[in-house]
Design a protein around this ligand. Sequence first.
Ligand SMILES: Cc1cc2nc3c(=O)[nH]c(=O)nc-3n(C[C@H](O)[C@H](O)[C@H](O)COP(=O)(O)OP(=O)(O)OC[C@H]3O[C@@H](n4cnc5c(N)ncnc54)[C@H](O)[C@@H]3O)c2cc1C
Length: 290
Amino acid sequence: MKVDLLIIGAGAAGLSAALGAWEAGCRSILIADRRSHPGGILEQCIHHGFGADLTGPEYAAMLFSQIQKTGAELRMETEVLSISPSREAVLSSGAGLERVRFSHLILAAGCRERPLGALNITGTRPDGVCTAGQAQEMMNLHDRDPGERILILGSGDLGMIVARRCVLRGKQVIAILEQAERCTGLAKNYHSCVEAHSIPLWTRTTVTELHGEPRLTGVTVRELDSGAERFVPCDTLLLATGLIPEQTLVSNLGTPPWLHLVGNCNRVHDLVDSAAHEARIIGSEIIKKA
Ligand SMILES: Cc1cc2nc3c(=O)[nH]c(=O)nc-3n(C[C@H](O)[C@H](O)[C@H](O)COP(=O)(O)OP(=O)(O)OC[C@H]3O[C@@H](n4cnc5c(N)ncnc54)[C@H](O)[C@@H]3O)c2cc1C
């Protein structure tokens, strides 16, 4: 198969890039995504605050309805395994492997969360420790709780939003821990999540050690200014310690003129409108220049 434009990722950025390219006149667009529904991370973000105060799934549905009016082909449950310098991608789906040749490639693969292994935390490796995004998916898509007595490491937007979600599900959020002097996420999320639900925010603190086996029983918390440490009992630690643009697929390709990165795989966007707007412009410009 050969297409003018292959887009990897059907999140807000990938769908917006396709809309931009279609409006600019591109009539051969294939969007591939490994998930079963379009929207990417939006699917698990059931809170309001996307675009004109939509929920994440509502925002995804709005983009999807626009895509359906175009002739862009959307293939879900289709993972892109590799990209070659000769402009060929290998796609894997239930139908098997397929090679797709393309003129332009837009990578809209989103970002990944920094895992426990990348942090300087010693001790046991018990159940009850996961990333904030995994906990969000657990609660919002599978109606399961990550735990009962919860500490959250990191006060960015994801940490604060997941803290509120835990409280709304009746869980005790003991505190959000933050190594900086103040919360690092958007002010609107601080007000609506932390302040509004009286969630303690411990600044200039971090977690240095995990305790418990097989389940977490507590963590060692260090005050960064004094160096003092104390044991804090909890059964769950959620890691909201940073999002890393997902560029693995193209890391060996250099910067060929046919390759374009949009959305969170280019740089992490706090607001979906920003990711969508940038992607739409890039989608239209690469076709105009071609
Ligand atoms: C927890 C959280 C809360 C947020 N809250 C808000 C908010 O309140 N308001 C707001 O405006 N913005 C919010 N944002 C920001 C906004 O949602 C994101 O910036 C935006 O949705 C990112 O879109 P994206 O398309 O770049 O990435 P994603 O949505 O992550 O999409 C990437 C897609 O690429 C696919 N993919 C990756 N690799 C492959 C591969 N090899 N093959 C096939 N498919 C692949 C993935 O399956 C995924 O569907 C929030 C973000 C997060 C994480």
